[in-house]
Ligand binder design. Structure first.
Ligand SMILES: [Zn+2]
Length: 215
């Protein structure tokens, strides 16, 4: 299966990607996770990406497309399929993805637009914390760690992502409406778009994604 998850920051793309990966065996390709890994490793790509991400801006199209094209061509991705999370974020990226897939001779099964009211997204993001080691996500209200500031799974310290600071969140939402909302319209025109209400819990959202997939 090959699918794309699109939605504003905080809508639950990462959570749904993880569920799809665990249950369907597809490979998760999250541009945000890949960039964060590069930043952690201190690579040239990471240093460049950090300047944009820390300000809530998008990493430029050229770099992002090149990086994702490489990921899409990996053997395990070709074998097991993928769920794209955080890519494409602009219409240019969506057009590039079409070209890459055309060259590879593959097609998308569907594009899921996760939709939720903005106040819910803000509430989710402003209370979000991640584990510095394993990447597990916590939420001070909905999913607090058992011990404050420490990961339940691996005991490592938790942190608030640099792009989850309040002023950065507002910028990310603005960028989403300006650059990524047109991507949803792009896929609506090609007919592969599925709109999903992501205002309830992860399992309800997941059931909608899969229910529609069975059609
Ligand atoms: Zn952890």
């Amino acid at each position: 299966m090959r699918l794309i998850l699109i939605g504003p920051p905080g809508v639950g793309k990462g959570t749904q990607s993880a569920l799809l990966t665990a249950r369907l065996g597809v490979i998760q390709l999250s541009s945000g996770e890949i960039f964060r890994k590069e930043i952690e490793l201190g690579t040239d790509l990471g240093r460049m990406a950090k300047r944009y991400i820390d300000h809530g801006e998008l990493v430029p199209n050229g770099v992002t497309i090149e990086m994702m094209a490489k990921q899409l061509r990996a053997d395990d991705v070709q074998k097991h399929g993928f769920v794209l999370d955080g890519f494409p974020r602009t219409v240019k990226q969506a057009e590039a993805l079409d070209e890459i897939m055309f060259e590879m001779g593959i097609q998308l099964d569907k594009v899921v637009s996760l939709e939720v009211a903005e106040d819910i997204v803000l509430e989710r993001l402003t209370r979000r914390m991640g584990c510095t080691r394993c990447g597990e996500i916590y939420h001070s209200k909905d999913k607090p760690p058992h011990r404050e500031g420490l990961c339940d799974k691996c005991d490592s310290p938790l942190f608030v992502r640099s792009d989850d600071q309040p002023e950065t969140i507002r910028e990310r939402l603005r960028v989403f409406h300006e650059k990524t909302a047109p991507v949803i319209e792009y896929y609506a025109r090609t007919g592969s778009l599925q709109r999903v209400d992501a205002s309830e819990g992860p399992e309800e959202t997941y059931a909608q994604i899969c229910g529609t997939y069975a059609k």
